[in-house]
Design a protein around this ligand. Structure first.
Ligand code: F6P
Length: 360
């Protein structure tokens, strides 16, 4: 059995645990061979982009963040931006990639990625590549699986940041705003907000009003608590308003969210008169050693991906459902992105504790 594995899109803690599990399962369970592909799909068209992965190559990588394979979130073979003769063009190199994949005579290509990478994988599968997907993202926004690995570590990082902000907020009687990642999903803000004792949680799924946030902070002051903690997802937006972008996108690259924390902080300071400071946690959430949960999930995903490959169960991704690892068609997993349910149990629990979502 000959497998190849690549990691694509933004990195997430646990990628190395998947790679390790794939290599160990392939070797020890099926006496197979695994090739590593560098920097996402780019490895199929770059010199030395493919290299053998043996047990020695994956030794000691379990606790490491990042990915030993490298990754690319600008490596869509169907639409790649390149400069030719000083002019920017968009080229489709998918046929070249397909030819190189076929030349390797792979039994399966294991693609570890978020929705963007898994969409490319599905297209390649439709073109005849034996694909097995493994979902990863700190955003936890992929359908068909209860969790993606990387999310738990990111939530722990954000929770630790909230704990630290609490101390200084209380000391200075300030409002502290923490902007966290998550794209169009509010899972990181919601889970970390609850775990880190935030007073206000702002998520894309529940548009907020600035007045409601000010009222909550004021209420706390009237009650005698002169500090407040606000966890805001980068994709949150005011009622009737737009999401805030740090960098605009185009036909190839997605726009990058960022800036809503500053907007909320400025309003609290200028319009409501509360001394406010803003922290943007940024890519710290993507780094660090994966939590035990993420190592556990990534390891189970990696081993299960090899089993799907051996069974010839292609065009699917491994997923966690009710504690079991199952295979979900990529088509199905990608059809509806996962979002926080505003009426769901987790939001209700937060409201039970008096946490404001800025909507009332
Ligand atoms: O999807 C993971 C993620 O970290 C998002 O939460 C964030 O919006 C985005 O990637 C940032 O991407 P980049 O690596 O391009 O800065």
């Amino acid at each position: 059995m000959k497998l190849a594995i690549l990691t694509g899109g933004g990195d997430a803690p646990g990628l190395n645990a998947v790679i390790r599990a794939v290599v160990k399962t392939a070797i020890y369970q099926f006496n197979g061979q695994v090739l590593g592909v560098r920097d996402g799909f780019d490895g199929f068209v770059t010199p030395n982009g493919i290299f053998p992965l043996d047990a020695r190559a994956v030794s000691g990588i379990l606790p490491r963040g990042g990915t030993i394979l490298g990754t690319a979130n600008r490596g869509n073979p169907f639409a790649r931006k390149v400069i030719r003769n000083g002019v920017e063009i968009i080229e489709d190199i998918s046929q070249q990639i397909l030819d190189n994949i076929h030349a390797l005579k792979l039994d399966a290509l294991i693609v570890v990625g978020g929705d963007g990478t898994l969409r490319i994988a599905r297209e390649l599968h439709d073109l005849g590549v034996p694909i097995v997907g493994v979902p990863k993202t700190i955003d936890n926004d992929i359908g068909g699986t209860e969790f993606t690995f990387g999310f738990d570590t990111a939530v722990n990082t954000a929770t630790e940041a909230l704990d630290k902000l609490h101390a200084t907020a209380e000391a200075h009687h300030r409002v502290m705003v923490l902007e966290v990642m998550g794209r169009d999903a509010g899972f990181v803000a919601l889970h970390a907000g609850i775990a880190g004792g935030a007073d206000v949680i702002l998520i894309p799924e529940i548009p907020f009003s600035f007045d409601a946030i000010c009222s909550k902070v004021r209420q706390r002051i009237e009650y005698g608590t002169h500090f407040s903690i606000i966890a805001v997802a980068e994709g949150a937006r005011p009622k009737g308003g737009e999401q805030v972008y740090a960098i605009a996108g185009d036909s190839v690259y997605a726009a990058r969210l960022g800036g809503i924390g500053q907007m909320v902080g400025k309003h609290l300071q200028d319009s409501c008169g509360f001394e406010t400071r803003v922290t943007v946690l940024g890519h710290l959430q993507r780094g660090g050693s994966p939590s035990a949960f993420d190592r556990w999930l990534a390891t189970r995903f990696g081993a299960a991906a090899v089993h799907l490959a051996v069974e010839g169960n292609f065009g699917k991704m491994v997923a966690l459902q009710s504690e079991n690892i199952v295979a979900v068609p990529l088509e199905q997993a990608l059809s509806i992105p996962k979002r926080v349910n505003p009426q769901g149990d987790i939001v209700r629990t937060a409201r039970d504790l008096g946490i404001s979502f800025g909507d009332a």
